[in-house]
Design a protein. Structure first.
Length: 300
């Protein structure tokens, strides 16, 4: 019995706490990922985060009306996301603003809810993006959503190790001001996480381009191919031979005849697993190369 419960616990995520009714088998335990759906518990939890981290704050900063602190944010939300006339925003009452957003939130399709959550994460001040995204991820994990915030994107990546690898690559590339590397990783993640029109082929291209960009920076040879750059880097910092061969092989897969970098061929499709693997692998390699280059004094 204990082993069974332990398996259920692992399957259902670290935030899961079994209730009496579930232990007694009176209520079914959810152990399936919510991929193209959003049940009441998940929607309610995400609403609570949105309310606490954003909408309730509007009231906190307002007395008789929505003041100047929030007006620009709401106008941007109405204009860019809801695409409604901004002169119809109920600025005379923070409560009416909350009512409108809540009504939309609970009627929207599951993917539209994620669109809104993602949009809010990118608003900047006065939203505390770190707390907001952390709160969303807690709910997403607890309710077994197949999605998580990674950076400012909601992506279909549920393994924490994989998510952390991508997050670290984005943060490290940004910290070292490798704008091109970070841009390629963000583009790869964006194309992978597009819930309506995912572009797996170009996501893979962007992932490998992030590594190419970093290799060119470290090798200081703007004309070098990835294979040539790896040889130059190996001379400077030393790469594990198996690791170098492994990544060269991956690069070969993306460059060979019929590969990712050639014209799209119908009988050679890419799927989510391909794109996800490449993004995680390239993120890990970016982290590895930056760490090795930093230790060798090749980058600041």
């Amino acid at each position: 019995m204990i082993a069974v419960l332990g398996s259920v616990w692992l399957a259902c995520g670290k935030g899961f706490i079994m209730r009496f009714s579930e232990r007694m088998g009176k209520k079914k335990v959810r152990c399936e990922l919510q991929v193209e759906s959003m049940d009441g518990d998940l929607r309610n939890g995400l609403w609570n985060v949105l309310y606490v981290q954003m909408l309730s704050q509007i009231k906190a900063y307002s007395y008789s009306s929505v003041d100047d602190y929030w007006r620009p944010v709401l106008k941007f939300l109405w204009h860019e996301f809801f695409k409604l006339p901004i002169d119809e925003i109920p600025l005379g009452s923070a409560y009416q603003v909350q009512i409108y957003v809540k009504d939309w939130f609970f009627k929207a399709e599951w993917y539209e809810v994620y669109d809104l959550l993602e949009f809010v994460a990118k608003l900047g001040n006065p939203i505390n993006a770190k707390k907001y995204k952390s709160g969303c991820n807690d709910v997403l994990e607890r309710e077994l959503s197949a999605y998580r915030f990674v950076g400012d994107e909601i992506a279909p990546i549920t393994d924490k190790v994989e998510t952390d690898e991508i997050e670290e690559a984005l943060e490290t590339a940004g910290r070292h001001r490798f704008k091109g590397v970070r841009a390629h990783l963000e583009n790869a993640l964006g194309k992978l996480s597009d819930r309506k029109n995912p572009d797996y082929r170009n996501s893979i291209k962007e992932s490998i381009s992030a590594v190419e960009s970093l290799c060119i920076i470290i090798s200081k040879d703007s004309k070098a191919t990835l294979g040539q750059a790896l040889k130059l880097i190996n001379e400077k910092i030393g790469l594990h031979e198996a690791l170098k061969k492994g990544f060269s092989s991956i690069y070969g897969y993306t460059s060979e005849e019929g590969g990712i970098r050639h014209a799209m061929i119908e009988d050679n499709p890419c799927d989510f697993d391909d794109a996800k693997y490449m993004l995680v692998s390239c993120s890990a390699f970016v982290n590895y190369l930056i760490m090795k280059a930093n230790k060798a004094g090749l980058i600041k």
